[in-house]
Design a protein around this ligand. Structure first.
Ligand SMILES: [Zn+2]
Length: 235
């Protein structure tokens, strides 16, 4: 984890302030923006030679994009009693059972959590990570078998900026947050990373292979555009 840096509140319009994390970089050739879902802020890579004032001008031009993304994030599921979060796309309500034993368990569309209130979020996160390892592992093995594409290993990671990746050594990384997404979305994202075992790019041949592996590409891409950043920000 990088050291925690408090975001600066930057004014983009009279009624619009957004939290910004500045990342000065001597290697970056140009300014780039990224939304940091966990900190609900805009992360700005600032190449040397560019002032923050110049960067703010650029942020103002991108105001619409930034506020849209940040608003979507505020709708991100929070792991608190009474809130509803999806597991494999199905809504589950979080219910606190302070005196029960057993940590976290699923019962009739509820996620039941025992123990002290301040540990609820952490306990649910741990539960979902464990569940993710099981579900995503099964799904990856099934698709690998069907397609003949064999990853060398699967890593379940705690990323909040991307759903997955594939390395040139054949290692596939998936975000545990994927366990919240509907079945068709997980199917597509796993197919996408498997297809990278053959094509390490997004050229037409890559997309042809993706379409052979899954029927869900277009639906999933549209779904992710609308709901993706909210799920990546779940906490
Ligand atoms: Zn890709």
């Amino acid at each position: 984890m990088p050291p925690t840096q408090t975001p600066d509140l930057i004014q983009l319009a009279p009624d619009c302030h957004v939290p910004v994390i500045w990342k000065p970089s001597s290697r970056a050739r140009r300014l780039s923006l990224r939304i940091d879902p966990r900190r609900q802020a805009v992360s700005v890579t600032l190449p040397s030679g560019l002032s923050t004032a110049q960067a703010v001008q650029f942020l103002k031009i991108q105001k619409h994009w930034i506020t849209k993304r940040l608003t979507a994030l505020q709708q991100a599921p929070a792991f608190l009693p009474g809130r509803t979060i999806p597991i494999e796309g199905k809504p589950h309500t979080i219910v606190h059972h302070p005196t029960a034993r057993g940590g976290v368990w699923i019962e009739a569309e509820q996620i039941c959590v025992s123990g002290a209130e301040e540990f609820i979020s952490r306990r649910i996160t741990d539960f979902l990570k464990k569940h993710a390892r099981q579900i995503l592992g099964q799904e990856l093995r099934a698709q690998a078998q069907m397609s003949g594409l064999r990853p060398t290993r699967l890593d379940i990671r705690d990323t909040s900026s991307r759903w997955g990746s594939c390395s040139s050594s054949g290692r596939i990384m998936l975000s545990w947050r994927l366990v919240m997404a509907p079945n068709s979305i997980r199917h597509y994202l796993i197919a996408h990373e498997l297809a990278h075992l053959r094509h390490m790019n997004h050229a037409p041949a890559f997309w042809r292979l993706v379409d052979q592996l899954t029927p869900h590409r277009h639906h999933a891409e549209a779904w992710l555009k609308h709901h993706g950043s909210a799920l990546l920000g779940a906490h």
